[in-house]
Structure formats: C-alpha cells, structure tokens
Design a protein around this ligand. Structure first.
Ligand SMILES: NC(=O)c1ccc[n+]([C@@H]2O[C@H](COP(=O)([O-])OP(=O)(O)OC[C@H]3O[C@@H](n4cnc5c(N)ncnc54)[C@H](OP(=O)(O)O)[C@@H]3O)[C@@H](O)[C@H]2O)c1
Length: 203
C-alpha cells in the first residue's frame, strides 16, 4: 500500500515512520483514548514505537513518564517526557502509581509489574505477544484492562500518521543507516533490543 510522502520529511524518514507511528497512534488514540491530564507510562521510550509514543502523548497533553537506560535519558526527555526512569537502576513500580495508560513494548516482567502501577479500570496496551495469557490473568484480578495490539497497517492508518508527520507532531529519529549489503548487520542491530529510534536500510 502506498500513500503520499509528507513534503516535510525525507524518504528515509518516510520509510522509518509507518509501523512505529501506526502502533503508537493506535495504542494511544485508538485504544487508549489518551487525553489531557492523563498519566501515561511509556516503556522503552528510546525505541522505535516508544519514541513516537512519547511525542504523541505530549501532543495529547498527557503527563508522560518514560523508561530507558541512563544513556538514553536525555533523548527521552528531549522528546517531551516529563519524567525519566532508568530501568537498569530503578524499579519503576516503586516510583509510579495510579497510571491511566501504559504502553508496553517490552513484555515479561515489565508487563507484569506494570499491572501494579495502573489505576483500577486503567489500560495497558502491550505490543509483544509472548506470555500474554499470564498477564491477562493478573489483569483480571487487579481490575485493569489489558490489550494486545498487533498492527497490520491500513491506508487509513498510514494517512493518520502522515498527517501527524506533516504537522510536526511526529518526528522520527533515525539512529543508523545501513547499506543494502549490510542488511544482516541491520537485523543484528534490531535483535540487540538496544536500537535508539529507528534504523533504515538504504539502496
Ligand atoms: N504488535 C505490533 O504491532 C508491533 C509493532 C511494532 C513493534 N512491535 C514489537 O515491539 C517491540 C519493540 O519494538 P521497537 O521497534 O519499539 O523497539 P526496540 O528496537 O525493540 O526497542 C529498543 C529500545 O528498547 C529499550 N529497552 C530494552 N529493554 C528495555 C526495558 N526492559 N525497559 C525499558 N526499555 C527497554 C532500549 O533502551 P535502552 O538501550 O536505553 O535500554 C532500546 O532503546 C519489539 O518486540 C517489536 O517486535 C510490535
């Protein structure tokens, strides 16, 4: 599926934006209905989806708490986060509570512990399927809503993201550009789970 590239972004930025942008948009707007004054926790705020989600949550006038390691603290704050938590040194579940909405691009213990910081009837949108059932059980007990979002990407969704790029709400950060011959290195980078923003493979 193809849509017009917004005039204000490069081809590389256009290539890097769709999946991360759609995922953030569907999570926060489509499922989360995040609004002014909401307390929002974005895990992996330095990652592909997370860095877009922080920008969108701020645009929606939410109060944004974001996690990353210390080396990405300034990056996360530069995106508009109000509070940064270094997940390698601090326990987010001891620092935040009564959260309205959590974006979970990490899963595992991060998702399980997130269930302890969400207010009753609040929402966690997770984008990682493994072990989702275990989290569902805890969510039921806690009275917390938990959704698994799997994005396919439609023309309408891409157009929504393009509009946000055009308005400057979304600015995709590209941390590396790989030549086509280094495709394997690009995959290894993604698998490292340490990628900041997005990477692009260029012909
Ligand atoms: N369901 C869907 O439709 C959908 C869509 C897009 C992506 N995904 C999935 O979502 C996951 C995230 O993808 P992504 O592209 O956003 O990012 P990613 O490339 O996996 O994220 C990398 C970032 O995650 C941070 N990070 C790693 N472990 C963390 C932890 N325990 N707590 C907080 N931050 C942590 C790292 O920050 P530091 O270097 O600072 O540690 C790094 O900046 C992947 O598994 C991907 O396959 C699913």
């Amino acid at each position: 599926m193809i849509i017009h590239r917004p005039d204000n972004i490069s081809y590389q930025e256009a290539a890097a934006s769709p999946i991360a942008g759609i995922t953030a948009w569907k999570a926060l707007v489509g499922l989360g209905n995040v609004k002014k004054g909401d307390k929002v926790l974005i895990h992996a705020g330095a990652g592909g989806v997370g860095h877009m989600a922080i920008q969108l949550a701020k645009h929606l006038d939410a109060t944004v708490i974001a996690t990353s390691s210390a080396k990405n603290r300034d990056f996360v704050l530069s995106l508009g986060a109000d509070q940064h938590i270094d997940y390698t040194a601090e326990k987010f579940y001891e620092l935040v509570k009564d959260v309205d909405f959590v974006l979970d691009p990490v899963g595992g213990e991060t998702r399980q512990r997130s269930l302890d910081v969400v207010r009753k009837n609040g929402l966690i949108v997770s984008i990682v399927p493994p072990n989702f059932e275990a989290a569902q059980e805890k969510a039921r007990k806690k009275g917390v809503n938990l959704s698994l979002l799997l994005v396919k990407g439609s023309k309408e969704e891409m157009e929504a993201v393009a509009a946000l790029l055009l308005k400057g709400v979304f600015k995709v950060f590209i941390s590396g550009v790989y030549p086509f011959s280094k495709m394997a290195d690009a995959h290894l980078q993604i698998e490292s789970k340490r990628t900041v923003g997005k990477i692009v493979v260029a012909l």
